[in-house]
Write a protein that binds this ligand. Sequence first.
Ligand SMILES: NC(=O)c1ccc[n+]([C@@H]2O[C@H](COP(=O)([O-])OP(=O)(O)OC[C@H]3O[C@@H](n4cnc5c(N)ncnc54)[C@H](O)[C@@H]3O)[C@@H](O)[C@H]2O)c1
Length: 494
Amino acid sequence: MTVPANNEANNTKMSTPDTSKTTNMSDSTNISDANNISGANAASSAPDTSDTSVNALLERIENRTYNVGILGLGYVGLPLMWTFHEKNMPVIGFDVDQEKVDAIHEGRSYIKHLGTEMMQKLAASDLCTATSDFSRIPEADALLLCVPTPLTEHREPDMSYVENTARTVGRYLRKGQLVILESTTYPGTTEEVIIPILEKESGLSAEKDFYVAYSPEREDPGNPDFNTARIPKVVGGHGAEALRLSIALYETAIVQTVPVSDTRTAEAVKLSENIFRSVNIALVNELKIVFQAMGIDVHEVIDAAATKPFGYMKFTPGPGLGGHCIPIDPFYLTWKAREYDQNTKFIELAGEINTKMPRYVLRRTFEALNAFGKAINGSRILVLGLAYKPDVDDDRESPSYKLMDQFTKMGAKVSYYDPHVPVIRPTREHAHWAGTPSVTWDRETISGFDAVVISTNHSDIDYDALAEWAPCIVDTRNAMNGRPGVKKGQVWKA
Ligand SMILES: NC(=O)c1ccc[n+]([C@@H]2O[C@H](COP(=O)([O-])OP(=O)(O)OC[C@H]3O[C@@H](n4cnc5c(N)ncnc54)[C@H](O)[C@@H]3O)[C@@H](O)[C@H]2O)c1
């Protein structure tokens, strides 16, 4: 990966330690860049990092005189930045996306549920900065890597972001730094991918010159009950010192830490959590189809079952999996398991069921329209909710796109409404929808559709108005349940 050019505008904030004595970089240009930046910005309160011993770093962490660097300022990295900032710790955020860096400096929100107030506070803060200038990496005592881990088009782990980030960090790594991977990934990534790259690029040795750990992010975007600071953090260190340092670091900002034996165990914990969700969602999706054939409402069943005070955990069915985690992460384990001659039957079965859900919604829409004497071909269909879950603007892997593609393929005229996604952004997977605007929310527009398919149940949608306006509603989220205005034969659960 090429390291972006220095961005002078972004080097103006945050007190920086004098790292000149400890910087160890392979590229002499980079050394002078980093030293210039340190010199220019060194504040009188900046900690002295010339002692690169583990105890010196531990002391800085415990005395709260450390600096933290976060690489990747997306759905995970940005709230993490805020978490440390809220504890009055200096944070430097790094991203290759200059748009995000500029947005942080200008106080503009680019993740809707995080709001503009937070962004404006970050922009106004002297403790916090964002940059695409990676030569500032030596300024941080701890570097937290929050970059994407998607699948390739052959549904195998795409490690390119993790590898590129490790290469960049390695190029600027100095003695005495702590590097923690937070991206979701397969067991073995930290030891087999991150550490070898860091050592090769820096010429330094893990455990001796620098410290490495893995701590998975458990962010649940849009969940008002849990923010990053309130979610216990599992931590696995590469060696006892890395673990000690990481635990100390997170304890300064996060409610609880959960140490585990090593990085591989911590990596396995995160995958287990997401596999648990994927398998349980597949189970309720299957039950939905079975119960529907029997004339039983799965939502009523689930709500009643959830009153059992032990041994049951509520999962709700939907139109299929979405988001950057649940549809993807389980296959990281499937891929790695093959190296050990192991099969992951549960994961693959869950994937199969969840992947088929949009086809079930298609079938139900077909039945619904048929009851009105209409076919999918030629009908006007509105997909309600484009984001993959309520009240966020994240449309990655959203099943709504699968629905829109299916309906279009069958000859329907398809539109969408989502107050959180006014226009579809360009993405590799859904390039053909890029630039499509959401329809407007008014009687005339909504009543003009032959069917409205509720794919995501955003809370700021007026479902009572929908009951009044739309002739036919296919409801994959039970959003119309109990609405007094619903007419007989109008709502089709799917
Ligand atoms: N989104 C979630 O709810 C969630 C929850 C838990 C865990 N995770 C995991 O966290 C990781 C990050 O996910 P996300 O949703 O924040 O992704 P994201 O796409 O929202 O953000 C990632 C950011 O990393 C930046 N980036 C890419 N390459 C970089 C590089 N070399 N150096 C610096 N920045 C770089 C991108 O520009 C982007 O801003 C993934 O592994 C994901 O599986 C995500």
